[in-house]
Write a protein that binds this ligand. Structure first.
Ligand code: DX5
Ligand code: ZN
Length: 216
């Protein structure tokens, strides 16, 4: 499993230190929530933060773009040092070409779907993506409650992957803790984003170890 702490819940004045903390605690990825105040009603980080963190950590930079017109940012995030660029299927009428462009730029291509978007909406591109991000809350804010109806989408993506011998990772994001992560793991999920569960803990080691333990 890949554990991807979300720096949305980190101490913004101490970002470098907080990323070092999760790296030492054995996290796999850093999840960076890019919000533009249009696609979602909140504004967070941009490519400059990705670039700054690239110089600070060896962890995979898992960039989740919750922005309108994501097709305008491929070169920007590639140059900033993003490893994974995940874009919302709802944010662009050109998801197919965007996925190809992200891969051509040398990044892993992820596609995200909101809780109200069915898996069938992205079925035509499932042969091409490296990762599918199933949003388990409505994007925009950390600390929300996990939406259980999304479990069926994970199961469908897992079955589809097995039947077609595809290799995309399934990632979940929103309201993830050891309890909800277990439910997702049982549906075949590979990557777990957690913000408040990890950074809200006294020591980040404990929640990371709890998640890691689930696969044993
Ligand atoms: C929500 C973001 C998440 C957020 C998750 O829009 O995409 O990555 O950080 O936060 P928690 O884990 O607190 O629900
Ligand atoms: Zn996210």
């Amino acid at each position: 499993m890949y554990i991807a702490p979300s720096i949305l819940s980190a101490d913004i004045t101490q970002l470098g230190r907080d990323v070092e903390k999760i790296e030492r605690a054995g996290a796999d990825w850093v999840h960076i929530d890019v919000m533009d105040g249009h696609f979602v009603p909140n504004l967070t980080f941009g490519a400059n933060v990705v670039k700054a963190l690239r110089g600070q950590t060896k962890l995979t930079l898992d960039c989740h773009l919750m922005v309108a017109n994501p097709e305008d940012y491929v070169d920007t995030y590639q140059q900033a040092g993003a490893d994974i660029m995940t874009v919302h299927a709802e944010a662009t009428p050109h998801i197919h070409s965007l996925v190809q462009r992200i891969k051509q730029a040398g990044m892993k291509a992820g596609v995200a779907i909101n809780p109200g978007t069915p898996v069938s909406f992205i079925e035509p591109i499932l042969s091409d993506v490296d990762l599918v991000l199933v949003m388990t809350v409505n994007p925009g804010f950390g600390g929300q409650k996990f939406i259980e109806q999304t479990l069926d989408k994970m199961a469908a993506l897992n079955t589809y992957r097995q039947e077609n011998d595809y290799h995309y990772l399934i990632e979940v994001d929103g309201g993830i803790n050891d309890d909800t992560a277990k439910q997702c793991l049982d549906q075949g999920v590979n990557a777990f984003v957690a913000g408040s569960y990890i950074y809200g803990a006294k020591e980040v080691e404990r929640p990371i170890a709890m998640l890691r333990h689930l696969e044993k």
